[in-house]
Design a protein around this ligand. Structure first.
Ligand code: FE
Length: 344
């Protein structure tokens, strides 16, 4: 401890320690999540049955980092759960998480999908794929092909600034550099059938409407569309497309880009042991399968049973780029989107 450490700080620290111990005795775990709580409910019920630990969820739709920061050392949050590598690393960068060194997590989760220092762990993968009109004679695709002039006026995609696209474009920078990515973005922009806007499902909607032939969107929306009520609009959109998992060309591994959902142990977690137990549980085979199936995502743990629709997309070979490389290039990707006027 530093000299001249003010007495009031020591008291404050003692008070925090006391409250932490008081809460730790409660045999609970508190999860702050930006994800729909319904995704987790069946898994948490099973967790409580197996461990006797009560799991409380707090749904924080927006401003998770701000809320935890404001609560400070008194925050009851044990686990911070969210989607997108940008949001996960934001929590780390703001000092709201802590390092975990855990054998189970390190063995179960591939290295590219967790922080080297244990500050965050991915729990599921969200592959960003090609939706193509069903009748198109197309069996494989490279992300780079989106800029091919043969697709002029035929490509649909949501805003370039959306985190899903930023992470894809950041991966492109990591593979090919900023200059080539800028050229590519210009080419994709030139091929757009309509303004880069809307959501991922609108790609399927606009393929059905004949506005575009191909587009980029997350795979899990296909699961949601095909599981919608038969005859509903969404179901028809899902029926109008086929799925191709694109890969990056000119790279040695040639895999498909996937973003992540994930979690961290909160910096001031009052029930840290329980938090780690829950994370371990979430990467078990059964929880992984449930977690991925509930939202048609891809499990982060290999060899786990897939949702049947997800399984129908065929083999998933993920891009081997570490997510930290994606995170590093997000800012540059966002600047390029503005520079080429992608969303204009
Ligand atoms: Fe989404």
């Amino acid at each position: 401890m530093k000299k001249n450490f003010p007495l009031k700080n020591i008291f404050a620290a003692a008070a925090i320690l006391f409250s932490v111990q008081a809460q730790a005795a409660s045999n609970e775990v508190n999860i702050y999540t930006t994800r729909e709580p319904g995704l987790l409910t069946p898994i948490l019920e099973q967790f409580t049955k197996d461990t006797g630990i009560k799991a409380n969820t707090v749904f924080v739709k927006d401003g998770l980092a701000e809320r935890v920061a404001t609560e400070g050392a008194k925050s009851p949050a044990d686990i911070l759960m969210t989607v997108d590598i940008g949001r996960l690393t934001e929590l780390v960068d703001k000092g709201l998480t802590q390092s975990i060194d855990n054998k189970v997590l390190n063995e179960r989760i591939p290295e590219q999908y967790r922080a080297a220092d244990g500050q965050w762990y991915a729990l599921s993968l969200r592959d960003r794929i090609l939706y193509a009109a069903k009748e198109l004679d197309l069996a494989s695709f490279h992300y780079e092909d989106l800029a091919d002039p043969k697709w002029k006026g035929k490509v649909c995609i949501r805003s370039g600034q959306h985190p899903y696209n930023i992470s894809l474009f950041a991966a492109m920078i990591a593979h090919h550099g900023a200059e080539k990515t800028e050229e590519w973005l210009k080419g994709v922009k030139a091929n757009l059938a309509r303004k880069a806007a809307g959501g991922d499902r609108e790609v399927a909607r606009d393929i059905l409407a004949g506005i575009c032939d191909i587009g980029i969107a997350n795979a899990y929306y296909v699961g949601r569309m095909l599981n919608a009520e038969p005859g509903s609009e969404q179901h028809q959109w899902g029926e109008a497309i086929k799925v191709i998992r694109p890969t990056f060309s000119g790279t040695t591994d040639g895999g498909t880009h996937a973003n992540v959902s994930g979690a961290s142990v909160a910096k001031h977690s009052p029930n840290k042991e329980n938090a780690i137990k829950l994370l371990e549980y979430l990467v078990s085979d059964s929880a992984q399968s449930m977690y991925a199936k509930t939202n048609y995502e891809y499990p982060v743990v290999a060899g786990v049973e897939l949702d049947p629709i997800v399984a129908s997309f065929g083999e998933f070979k993920a891009d081997k780029l570490p997510m930290t490389e994606v995170a590093k290039n997000r800012k540059a990707a966002s600047e390029l989107v503005d520079k080429v006027g992608f969303d204009n």
